[in-house]
Design a protein around this ligand. Structure first.
Ligand SMILES: C[S@@+](CC[C@H](N)C(=O)[O-])C[C@H]1O[C@@H](n2cnc3c(N)ncnc32)[C@H](O)[C@@H]1O
Length: 196
């Protein structure tokens, strides 16, 4: 069975335009078959972006882990005048992300990385809608190893559904981070984790 994070390069390409509105801004994203949420913006990703933007600082260095075609990182970077690096293992998603960086004219760089294997910088903020279907090892790798890629006082923002283990994820990382649930809706929790 093919998941959105496997090699989907043999899938037929059917480029799609996805429109996203935030206040007075309109964003157009190019999406395609073989990537996560190819036809729409994911509810959880949208909730995270809105929660983050409520009190966001400008001019930060941000990392979007499991970026897909770039929705979360590119909207946040554009609206907070920040630099964003975006990583994924899905090559088609990265190709789309590259297209979206160019069309949205965002200060951003996307590249292939299995979790953090190709990440060498440190960030003020790491954001992720983690790939639950990839399994606990990958998801916990993303959440726990974020600590090694943060600047002092860095923050990890993530979204997980309650019925997909949000509460046990908070419990399991609480030796590393102070976690706050900053928003919730329709079973999705938005968590801000600050290093202890
Ligand atoms: C739930 S999707 C979120 C996509 C995008 N951030 C969004 O909000 O639409 C999770 C993403 O993680 C990526 N992914 C899966 N396993 C990964 C890994 N080991 N390292 C990095 N990214 C991975 C998938 O390819 C997918 O694009």
């Amino acid at each position: 069975m093919n998941h959105y994070f496997t090699d989907n390069s043999d899938l037929k390409s059917e480029l799609k335009n996805i429109v996203y509105h935030y206040n007075d801004y309109t964003f157009n994203f190019t999406s395609d078959n073989g990537v996560f949420c190819k036809d729409r913006i994911d509810f959880g990703s949208d909730l995270l972006v809105k929660a983050y933007l409520k009190n966001a600082r400008n001019n930060l260095d941000i990392l979007d882990v499991g970026c897909g075609y770039g929705f979360m990182g590119l909207v946040i970077a554009k609206l907070t005048n920040s630099h964003v690096d975006l990583i994924d293992i899905n090559k088609r998603a990265l190709h789309l992300c590259e297209m979206n960086i160019k069309s949205l004219k965002v200060d951003a760089n996307c590249f292939y990385s299995n979790i953090y294997e190709n990440v060498s910088n440190k960030y003020d903020v790491i954001i992720t809608n983690p790939p639950i279907r990839a399994g606990k090892k990958v998801v916990y790798g993303i959440l726990k190893e974020a600590l090694n890629h943060m600047k002092p006082n860095g923050e990890l923002w993530f979204v997980i559904r309650k019925n997909q283990g949000a509460l046990s994820a908070i419990k399991d990382i609480s030796d590393l981070y102070d976690c706050t649930v900053v928003d919730k809706a329709k079973g999705f929790l938005i968590i801000c984790a600050k290093s202890r």
